[in-house]
Design a binder for this molecule. Structure first.
Ligand code: PHE
Length: 356
């Protein structure tokens, strides 16, 4: 572009246009300002009109100078337009901004109930020792809950296990009940597998039943250490020569794994159950930790009674072994240091959240 000496009136015009534009802070006002300079009656247009009175040479140089001033004004206008647009965008971004520095609203983390945790742990430990895990009904017939377990109608031992009855009779005319223990699972599981085991024995092969059955059980009982609904885990190991020694080793190893300590001993205390002979309570004692020095009862147990083995459809001369029934809630209380069983069943989040 050839530099053209700019008369001072034009310099002044460009300057005042630029200033006027700078004062416009809305697009509408900027359009008004534009009209004042570049519109039909604007100041640049007026100057153009004045060219007619000039001579040819003067018209040429004056015209070029006015044009240059006009371009400068247009450039100032465009710059201002852009500035206003940028400002509007910036304001919009600001208004719609998300404060990503706000801490998030975290969802409360759930967790397994302590009984479920103990239950899963028990399954894991026994599965690692080769035990199958079985499951059965909570509404049980008189046969499975009592009679098959050598506990016939009117036997005094029935009163050890007062329970809830369902208004429905089985084929023998006996009412169904809520099972008082998981021991009926001994009969159910062994019966279901009896044929297979008998056939294996007939072929001269070694055959064993090794199972645990955890689940809910019910009795008419309610205090700090008894709840009308509670949990037991049944254990059954029948084989050619499974003895009390195997019970002791199995149960002690289970306790060491479950409580994660070797500082533990176990004793049998003579007891009575109709379905085992001899029968024993299993007590354990920790030699360190908060429970050290006290014998704690954790399970009933015994050698499975020959009549019960017969009721399973198995030969008591060939299938000898032990059963035990332990309170899962009791094991959970000892493991987690809970002193009142009812805490497990009240659903108080302050208690439960300690086990997450
Ligand atoms: N079923 C018994 C109870 O609930 C416990 C037990 C199971 C005892 C197996 C011996 C053998 O008290």
């Amino acid at each position: 572009m050839t530099a053209i000496a700019e008369p001072s009136d034009l310099t002044e015009l460009v300057h005042s246009a630029t200033q006027r534009f700078a004062r416009s802070d809305t697009p509408a006002d900027l359009e008004n300002a534009k009209a004042q300079f570049l519109g039909k009656a604007g100041r640049v247009t007026e100057l153009m009109k004045g060219l007619g009175q000039l001579g040819i040479d003067e018209k040429k140089s004056r015209g070029a100078a006015i044009n240059q001033a006009k371009q400068a004004i247009e450039a100032a206008l465009n710059a201002r337009r852009q500035a206003l647009q940028d400002a509007e965008l910036a304001q919009q971004l600001q208004a719609e901004a998300l404060d990503v520095s706000l801490p998030g609203r975290a969802r409360g983390m759930g967790g397994l109930h302590p009984i479920s945790r103990a239950w899963e742990r028990i399954e894991q430990v026994f599965a690692s020792m080769g035990f199958d895990v079985a499951d059965g009904p909570e509404i049980e017939s008189d046969w499975f809950n009592f009679t098959a377990l050598n506990n016939p109608p009117n036997h005094p031992a029935r009163s050890m296990q007062d329970t809830f009855y369902v208004d429905l009779n089985d084929e023998q005319g006996q009412p169904y009940c809520l099972r008082t223990h998981t021991s009926p699972m001994q009969i159910r599981y062994a019966t279901a597998h009896a044929k297979k085991h008998a056939a294996a024995l007939a072929r001269g092969e070694m055959s064993e039943i090794r199972v645990i059955a955890p689940g809910r059980t019910y009795r008419v009982d309610n205090d700090a250490t008894h709840s009308p609904m509670f949990h037991q885990v049944e254990g059954l190991w029948l084989g050619e020569n499974v003895s009390f020694k195997d019970l002791k080793v199995t149960y002690l190893n289970f306790c060491k794994a479950f409580f994660e300590t070797d500082e533990l001993s176990l004793r049998f205390r003579p007891s009575y159950f109709p379905f085992t002979e001899p029968s024993a309570e299993i007590d354990i004692q920790f030699s360190s930790g908060p429970l050290a020095g006290k014998w704690l009862e954790v399970s009933g147990s015994g050698q499975v009674h020959p009549q019960v083995v017969r009721n399973m459809g198995l030969d008591p001369e060939r299938f000898i072994g032990f059963a035990f029934g332990s309170g899962i809630d009791r094991l959970a209380m000892l493991r987690y240091g809970v002193n009142d069983l009812r805490l497990f069943f009240e659903g108080d989040i302050r208690f439960l959240s300690q086990f997450r």
